[in-house]
Design a protein around this ligand. Structure first.
Ligand SMILES: C[S@@+](CC[C@H](N)C(=O)[O-])C[C@H]1O[C@@H](n2cnc3c(N)ncnc32)[C@H](O)[C@@H]1O
Length: 254
């Protein structure tokens, strides 16, 4: 009997470290579950706030520009509503005469509508893909703003800049200089490293003294590096980063 009690006692005592370890692990698990839950809640709140402000920007753009018959919007390929809002506000306020954009789409439609509302200005849009140029042209016609934009089919060509090769829009069909507003939203970043870098070296000579440049997707590492290169190579330009969903870098020459 005595031996059984001793054995039970020994068993209980030997279980103490195991129980303590279990207690510690459960506490630890509870704490990390609490932290994960907090992080998820913050993430969901941030995403919801972001989505809400994109929807708000989208609705205010449609109302302001009276574009209510459907838009060529794609979550993956179109500029985000907050970026569109920035370029639209600038276009309506500064009333640029000549706008050049790298890549066509929703940006072309909205800027052409701004020029129509301004009663002046024209958009020149470099587009490398014929189907995308045709789709944009269709929307410009549908909204009656085709006379405010020229879609320039500009297949990507090898462009050599500072001993480096880039695929970038061929500029032979671009009839314009003295550009007052430049919007850079292409070529796509996956094509090559620093895909949008050639824009400034190749177009700088065609910009007016008062030109304002908008670079989309400026929060990406690749675009951050492009901005650093431009700032070194064109020290006179003034740079401002605007924290839109994908980041927007604005450069002013004047
Ligand atoms: C980032 S998109 C921007 C288009 C335009 N600025 C806009 O906001 O609607 C840049 C380029 O991607 C290409 N592109 C557009 N839609 C595409 C798609 N569904 N698949 C592959 N490339 C596409 C087009 O050549 C377009 O000029």
């Amino acid at each position: 009997m005595m031996t059984l009690e001793i054995l039970t006692l020994i068993l209980l005592v030997s279980l103490i470290p195991l129980l303590l370890s279990l207690w510690y692990r459960v506490g630890h698990l509870q704490q990390s579950l609490g932290e994960t839950r907090g992080r998820l809640e913050a993430l969901v709140q941030g995403e919801t706030r972001g989505l809400f402000s994109q929807l708000e920007a989208d609705r205010s753009l449609r109302d302001r520009l009276d574009l209510h018959q459907g838009l060529p919007y794609s979550r993956n390929w179109s500029a985000s509503p907050d970026f569109l809002k920035l370029i639209v506000e600038h276009c309506l306020e500064a009333r640029p005469a000549r706008i050049l954009e790298c890549s066509s789409g929703l940006t072309t439609l909205m800027l052409a509508r701004c020029c129509q509302l301004n009663g002046q200005g024209h958009v020149y849009s470099l587009e490398n893909g014929a189907p995308f140029a045709a789709a944009t042209g269709h929307h410009l016609d549908r909204y009656g703003v085709a006379d405010r934009a020229s879609l320039i089919l500009a297949p990507l060509e090898n462009q050599r800049i500072k001993e480096e090769n880039y695929l970038w829009y061929g500029l032979n069909g671009l009839p314009v200089a003295d550009i007052d507003m430049l919007v850079i939203d292409g070529p796509p970043g996956f094509l090559q490293r620093h895909s949008r870098y050639p824009a400034l070296p190749l177009l700088f000579g065609r910009l007016s003294d008062a030109c304002v440049i908008f670079l989309d997707d400026a929060a990406r590492q690749d675009e951050k590096e492009i901005v650093m290169r431009w700032k070194q190579e064109f020290p006179a330009i003034r740079h401002e980063f605007i924290p839109t969903e994908r980041g927007c870098s604005v450069f002013r020459l004047g």
